[in-house]
Ligand binder design. Structure first.
Ligand code: OXD
Ligand code: MN
Length: 587
């Protein structure tokens, strides 16, 4: 337990508010975590799985009304509404504290308050930041102990500093009508009530490491981004690192744990995972941009994870993992989810807790957003730099989305500012698979739309400023699209491990080793420069997915114009100029 006065004072206030029966301080020891696991199994909150097949693994089911992040009930409570911007929900802070305190008041009666000191980033690294989360849920404690670094070492690193993030979580009645996930960036505070689902209650993740951290990063000159971090080792043993941002359902965790195609493996290529969701980046002593993954585990979507799509993720979940809302296979006390294999269990319990037969049931057994919380160190391809507090130097930043037609397989921006433009226009669309028809385009700049803790116009401005600071040491910025479809709506590019072929081109561009074609949207590869060796894929097919259709891009420019309208006077003039350049180039 800490002697830090600012922590103790806040803790007393919160205790008076929520009135716990007892307070348990999380020290991070295995012994304490073991006792908590036992207790949660005794109460039925968690189910211990087959300890021979899945050692240290547990299953948890949330309430049916509490299965995902709730963007409509997520608020940025800055003093001025305009500081939250047009893409966030805003609430006035004083009134919101009052409302939340009314909900929280007395809600720990009959319950235990767990005090979790946690570090986002390796303990003591200059990149890292510390938070305290108070929770009445053992599930939250056990998840936080996987997703972050927790315990006494964190408190020692904090010392008597007042620079830490306050987090209060109250499960209350898990009442969806009174659910609020509120951020007070100006007070370094997060309050989450009436939820017990990961994304809403593991306050270190989206709430702190993205929403609060993006705000801190702007004030302090660094960047908190919704990006994976990946190391690519060439046959000479040199490792180059890239970060990548994608909207959901674009295979971010798969890319973060990519397995090189056969031919590449034979030559000695290797891929190393540093992070699958969040990157904190700052200029290093050498002037380059360096990144750490502030998390300590993976909170991955289970459905669709299998031996083919992501064997590394699957291997990561085979020990010390908490599964949430997946199928419970009663025959051998293990877990299953849609897309794991073609052999669903017949004697099972679905995510809602009802008997379920995978051969006859017409309903899904696992919730589509069911999750695994797995320690990063389990991952077979975890980078040896994962725990290094100095981070990894970033050569390229990659944006992407799911576009049926408009966007080519890959293109490079002409400059940092153009790259910021490319990130700001990121979008995904739904495709009607059978017809190849184009669905609704949803813009998600830098995949940060739900995660930016302040006005997105200012956020774009911060990106432009960071580029000025980095100058010619700035990473190069690219955009990829693995999802172009043919007339029948089938994906053309094979994706998965073969995406390394595109990453190879990206790194070659960073090193100035290949030319590219200048097009109205940026630099596109000459088809001969993407290695297709060992792949059943023709040069014509490649040319097809590298092609740029000016008509479609004119349409796109109109969509961007409309989207940019939201940001009013806060849109940096550099982005407006980039849009103008695009329009001119298309003429
Ligand atoms: C996540 C998300 O869970 O981005 O990582 O929604
Ligand atoms: Mn994410």
């Amino acid at each position: 337990m800490t002697k830090n006065n600012s922590v103790l004072k806040w803790l007393e206030e919160m205790k008076d508010l929520v009135v716990p029966d007892q307070v348990v301080w999380i020290d991070g020891s295995e012994e304490q975590l073991r006792r908590l696991r036992e207790e949660s199994c005794a109460t039925g909150e968690m189910i211990a799985l087959n300890q021979e097949k899945l050692p240290g693994c547990y299953l948890h089911r949330t309430k049916e009304n509490d299965v995902a992040r709730v963007e409509a009930r997520t608020f940025i409570c800055s003093r001025r509404e305009e500081d939250a911007g047009p893409t966030n929900n805003w609430r006035e802070p004083q009134e919101t504290y009052r409302m939340l305190y009314d909900i929280a008041r007395g809600s720990y009666r009959g319950r235990t308050m767990y005090v979790i000191p946690y570090s986002m980033g390796p303990v003591g690294s200059p990149f890292s930041k510390i938070g305290y989360e108070l929770t009445d849920s053992i599930y939250v404690v056990l998840n936080m102990a996987i997703m972050t670094r927790v315990g006494t070492a964190v408190e020692e690193a904090l010392g008597d500093s007042e620079d830490w993030v306050r987090g209060l979580h109250c499960s209350c009645e898990v009442d969806a009508e009174k659910r609020y996930i509120c951020h007070f960036p100006e007070d370094n505070t997060i309050i989450s009530v009436n939820s017990a689902y990961g994304g809403n209650v593991l306050l270190g993740k989206k709430c702190f490491a993205l929403r609060i951290a993006s705000y801190l990063g702007r004030n302090e000159g660094w960047m908190a981004e919704h990006m994976l971090i990946l190391g690519i080792e060439n046959p000479q043993g040199e490792v180059k690192y890239v970060t990548a941002a994608f909207p959901s359902a674009c295979g971010k965790t798969n890319l973060a744990m990519l397995i090189p195609p056969e031919g590449y493996r034979a030559k000695g290529y290797k891929v190393w995972t540093v992070g699958d969701d969040i990157a904190w980046m700052r200029p290093g002593p050498d002037g380059r941009l360096w990144a750490v993954n502030p998390e300590n585990g993976f909170f991955g979507v289970a459905p669709g994870t299998n031996q083919k799509s992501n064997p590394n993720a699957l291997a990561t979940t085979q020990k010390g993992t908490i599964f949430t809302n997946v199928v419970h296979n009663l025959d051998d006390n293990t877990v299953w989810w849609e897309g794991l294999d073609k052999n669903p269990p017949e004697n099972a319990i679905d995510w809602k807790g009802n008997p379920w037969n995978g051969k006859t049931s017409t309903e899904k057994g696992a919730h589509p957003n069911s999750r695994f919380t797995a320690p990063a160190k389990n991952c077979p391809c975890i980078s040896k730099e994962f725990d290094s507090g100095k981070g990894v130097p970033i050569s390229a930043i990659i944006f992407g989305g799911r576009r049926a037609q408009t966007t080519p397989l890959v293109y490079q921006s002409r400059s940092w500012e153009h790259g910021v433009f490319v990130g700001s226009i990121m979008a995904s669309e739904t495709t009607a698979a059978a017809t190849g028809a184009v669905g609704v385009v949803r813009r998600d700049p830098m995949a940060m739309l739900p995660f930016c803790g302040y006005h997105m116009g200012d956020y774009f401005g911060h990106w432009i400023d960071m580029g000025r600071k980095l100058g010619d040491k700035a990473p190069k910025i690219f955009n990829v699209n693995w999802f172009r479809v043919d007339e029948e709506g089938k994906f053309i590019w094979p994706g998965f491990g073969d995406n390394l072929r595109v990453l190879e081109w990206i790194l070659a561009r960073c090193d100035g080793e290949v030319d590219a074609e200048e097009t109205p949207i940026g630099y596109v590869p000459h088809s001969k420069d993407i290695n297709l060796e060992g792949l059943d894929f023709t040069q014509e097919q490649l040319e097809d997915i590298l092609a740029i259709d000016k008509e479609k891009w004119m349409q796109e420019a109109k969509g961007i114009e409309e989207f940019y309208g939201k940001f009013g006077g806060k849109l940096p003039k550099e982005l407006r100029e980039q849009l103008h350049t695009l329009e001119e180039n298309l003429k």
